[in-house]
Design a protein around this ligand. Structure first.
Ligand SMILES: Nc1ncnc2c1ncn2[C@@H]1O[C@H](COP(=O)(O)OP(=O)(O)O)[C@@H](O)[C@H]1O
Ligand SMILES: [Mg+2]
Length: 449
């Protein structure tokens, strides 16, 4: 009985089946190896492979290869999707300490026993003492906190919780590796938490699409233990329709492999796997779409239409809009919803592109699209009226808001840097702000970038 080697439901748990992500893995481990024992925050949409990555770095051999011997470094994984409205910080700490204690010898484990025995005693001082003892024994703790937004969004977790967690991480041999759908700072339940210094301890690491070589390696590795070989055309089809997104890739290959198990003719295989793949994948595309804000949806629609044979909106208008949307595209790229192609971008796989086009054809979305595409323009007119900015100043403001320096803005507009800084001063005055950050915030708030 041949077993299908492609799986798409559960995260990858066997390190040998994990492909790619060398740079991110090295970045996480090097932050743990440095003297400050630094934390990282993995950011990526659902199903991009965050849990698989956490599993991979927990693997004893992988850790040894990266010079973090399991004897010294305790890795504890927590699936925070288990949190609910009743979960308190004390309850979470109990759980984590219990997990840590399973890595300790009986005698060492006892030190945690006392902390765990009495709920009320589990305060910040007790926690500090626990980590003091672990430090004294040269044990380093890495907490892998999967779907950490469940904590930052839970009202039971007040700013105090984050302050003390930060303090433990700074003063002890404790590091955190969190995962979340978007940057944690965007997923908090209050402004107070958003402005907490807690988030400063992390470096954000984006979990993105695989590169094409890794995607091919994934297919090849999986097939190597079987007698099945996909044809070169099939592999190209898979890479076009599913792209290099690991979840969609595994799903597509899973259904293609099924057609081999069913002994289908080459001619039947494509129709079968693509239909089954579509059925399985569509709900996830709907979810990604729902998670996007209006501006991101417009950019995705424009990217899908600009490469399509027909478009309800003139292509020149689409291209013009996309040129003004650099910042949003970069954001979508970070969230693995678009893929770089030559010198442009496209939705992250062929299925998503078709899905978007279908939705534009069928739904009310098309009606609003034209307005949305012109959104930037009309915003600009409104801003000019309201602030008295000149068109030139507006141009400078937009470029500054995309993060360009004075010199870069000057080069783009063929002006001298001095003229740019004069423009900037006038922009600050008219907007009533006194910094680039202030001007940028104004531009973002008013939909200029
Ligand atoms: N590095 C990888 N190598 C091979 N397959 C992967 C990899 N990362 C993710 N996958 C595939 O994608 C699916 C979703 O990954 P998962 O780790 O559960 O994502 P997330 O935690 O971000 O939702 C897995 O079931 C697996 O099929
Ligand atoms: Mg996960």
């Amino acid at each position: 009985m041949i077993v299908n080697p492609f799986t798409y439901g559960n995260p990858i748990s066997d390190a040998r089946r994990f492909v790619g992500r060398e740079r991110q893995v090295e970045q996480i481990f090097s932050r743990l190896r440095n003297v400050e024992f630094e934390s990282s925050s993995l950011v990526g949409e659902r199903r991009i492979g965050k849990t698989s990555l956490l599993n991979y770095i927990s693997d004893a051999q992988v850790r040894r290869n990266h010079r973090l011997p399991p004897e010294e470094f305790i890795f504890v994984y927590a699936d925070l999707a288990l949190l609910d409205a009743a979960t308190t910080p004390t309850r979470l700490w109990q759980y984590l300490l219990r997990q840590i204690s399973t890595h300790l010898s009986d005698a060492d484990g006892e030190l945690l026993g006392a902390a765990l025995a009495d709920h009320n005693a589990l305060d910040n001082f007790t926690l500090a003492e626990v980590f003091d003892r672990l430090d004294a024994q040269k044990r380093h703790v890495v907490l892998l906190l999967d779907e950490f937004e469940n904590v930052t969004r839970n009202k039971n977790f007040s700013p105090d919780f984050f302050y003390s967690l930060r303090s433990l991480a700074i003063h002890h041999r404790l590091a955190l590796i969190t995962s979340s759908r978007r940057e944690l700072i965007e997923l908090t339940h209050s402004n107070e938490i958003r402005s907490s210094p807690f988030f400063n301890i992390f470096a954000n690491i984006n979990v993105r699409l695989l590169n094409r070589d890794d995607a091919r390696a994934l297919i090849e590795n999986a097939l190597s233990d079987t007698t099945v070989r996909f044809t070169p055309t099939e592999i190209e089809d898979v890479l076009q329709i599913a792209g290099t997104h690991p979840f969609f890739l595994q799903t597509a290959c899973h259904f293609l492999f099924e057609t081999y198990l069913e002994d289908r003719h080459a001619a039947q295989r494509r129709a079968l796997w693509t239909r089954r793949f579509e059925q399985e994948a569509a709900p996830h595309l709907t979810e990604y779409w729902r998670h996007c804000d209006e501006a991101e949806k417009t950019v995705l629609a424009a990217l899908a239409l600009v490469g399509a044979s027909e478009s309800p909106v003139p292509k020149t208008q689409l291209r013009d809009f996309l040129l003004r949307s650099e910042r949003r595209i970069a954001q979508l790229d970070k969230h693995a919803l678009v893929v770089a192609r030559d010198d442009s971008y496209a939705p992250f796989n062929g299925l998503f592109t078709d899905w978007i086009l279908e939705m534009i054809r069928e739904g009310p979305f098309a009606r609003d699209l034209q307005t949305a595409l012109q959104g930037n323009r009309s915003n600009a007119q409104a801003v000019i009226r309201a602030t008295g900015l000149s068109p030139r100043e507006l141009e400078v403001l937009r470029l500054v808001a995309t993060g360009l320096s004075d010199a870069q803005v000057a080069a783009k507009l063929v002006l001298s840097p001095r003229t740019v800084s004069t423009h900037l001063q006038s922009i600050y005055n008219k907007l009533g702000v006194n910094s680039r950050a202030g001007a940028t915030r104004f531009a973002v708030d008013n939909g200029l970038v």
